[in-house]
Each structure stands twice: as structure tokens, then as C-alpha cells.
Design a protein around this ligand. Structure first.
Ligand code: 5GP
Ligand code: ZN
Length: 112
């Protein structure tokens, strides 16, 4: 938990979100600025700054997050999707609480 982290606040229900899934470990909600018709974020409830801050102790949690992607993408009606984990400022990360972007349905994002 991090007091002023926006995704921790969403996890605690202090900031509203369009939630599509939640269990004891993760929360999943629609991105507030979608880059595709469907764009959601898979967020662990545990505050971890970024993928660069993970270690062996996070292996099961990271696996769980990735396994959720195809299930929830299908729930959202996607037949295919893209995943993205921005890591570090130079990697385009803006919110420093690790998350997996899942999006599909016609993104304008270039492939490279
Ligand atoms: P990053 O660049 O860190 O990988 O992505 C952060 C994402 O979080 C961005 O796509 C941004 O639109 C989204 N985001 C930032 N603040 C909020 C918020 O308060 N609610 C939701 N639902 N998404 C947010
Ligand atoms: Zn956090």
C-alpha cells in the first residue's frame, strides 16, 4: 500500500473506476484514457512500483495477472488483443504501480 498512489487509491475504493474484475490479489478496470475500443488495466493489489522492481516472490502474482488477460479479453468480446507493460519513465510508465495494459478492437497504436 502506498498512501498517495492512484492505483492503491482505486484498490481501496477511494477513487472510482469502471471495474471489470476483482479478487483478493488483483483488480481490473477500464483505462480512463483508452487507446482502443476496449482497454483495461490488470493491477495487483500489492503496491509494486514497476516490473523492474519485481523478484522471485512475485512470480505467482505476475503469472496470475498474465493468465487473466485472455479470460477477461474474451469476456469483453475481444477475439484478439495486445498487452503492454510500460516500465520506467523511459519506458513510457506514468503510474508507478505495476499494471498490464490489455487492449483490442482497433487500436491506433503503432506496432513499433
Ligand atoms: P502507464 O503509462 O503508466 O503504463 O499507464 C498508466 C495508465 O493509467 C494510462 O493509460 C492512464 O490513462 C491510466 N490512468 C491514469 N490515471 C487513471 C485513473 O485515475 N483511472 C483509470 N481508470 N485509469 C487511469
Ligand atoms: Zn500503488
Amino acid at each position: 500500500m502506498s498512501a498517495d498512489c492512484i492505483f492503491c487509491k482505486i484498490t481501496r475504493g477511494e477513487i472510482p473506476s469502471k471495474k471489470i474484475f476483482e479478487d483478493e490479489d488483483v483488480i481490473v478496470f477500464h483505462d480512463i484514457h483508452p487507446i482502443a475500443p476496449v482497454h483495461f488495466l490488470i493491477v495487483p493489489k500489492l503496491h509494486i512500483d514497476s516490473l523492474a522492481s519485481t523478484d522471485q516472490s512475485h512470480q505467482a502474482l505476475l503469472g496470475k495477472m498474465l493468465l487473466l488477460a485472455p479470460k477477461l479479453a474474451a469476456d469483453q468480446g475481444l477475439k484478439g488483443f495486445r498487452t503492454m507493460i510500460n516500465t520506467g519513465r523511459e519506458g513510457g510508465q506514468e503510474v508507478f504501480h505495476i499494471h498490464v495494459h490489455v487492449f483490442g478492437g482497433g487500436t491506433t497504436l503503432p506496432k513499433t
